[in-house]
Design a protein around this ligand. Sequence first.
Ligand code: DX5
Ligand code: ZN
Length: 220
Amino acid sequence: MPLVAPSILAADFSRLGEEVRKVTDAGADYIHVDVMDGFFVPNITIGPSMVKSLRAYSDMPFIAHLMITHPERHVKAFSESGSDIIEVHVEAEHELRETLRLIRDHGKKAGLAVNPPTSVQSIYPFLRDIDLLLIMSVNPGFGGQSFIADVLPKIGLAKDEMEKQGCKVPVEVDGGINAETGQLAALAGADILAAGTYVFKAPDMRKAIEALRACGGSKD
Ligand code: DX5
Ligand code: ZN
């Protein structure tokens, strides 16, 4: 059964604290925070000071998904903001291995994200340096996009390679996740499902989270 990481990108930004509390009470396993800089992706969202303010509203681990150029410049700030896992992109402009080491040196878990057009092989040399792999199932920048099923084989390929290298880390899938696409991702091996729209726009958040957690099991 996959764990569920609601992405607050789809929450009501005018009352983010309450939204984080609500989704925590509804059974979330993580809080997924989408950080965008207007360079690496066209959109701009929130920064470390907002993460710090939100920390008081949930005990769940925070995942800071940094869709930003030069993420190494912000590792310290996101660590101090109370993020537990810091994810950086293989496509971003930075010395990747050094950034991953910096995240771990700050006592945080290092996540590595890979965009749909990028080959999964590009992350193989870094498997020993990470604590989580994020496979993007949309092109990052906006919530509410359609799931790109072509990325699914990447999960199995990455897991085979982890087995070979003897370093297993959980795989999170992010973008366009709902009960149907979550099922596809879970059957392909996803350990964590990140979902914004499906959770935050649901009439009943608890039911939406439960539906995601049931993904990968049999329907009856
Ligand atoms: C995309 C973000 C995702 C995504 C989640 O740039 O990283 O976290 O928007 O939102 P939904 O589930 O609406 O695609
Ligand atoms: Zn994300």
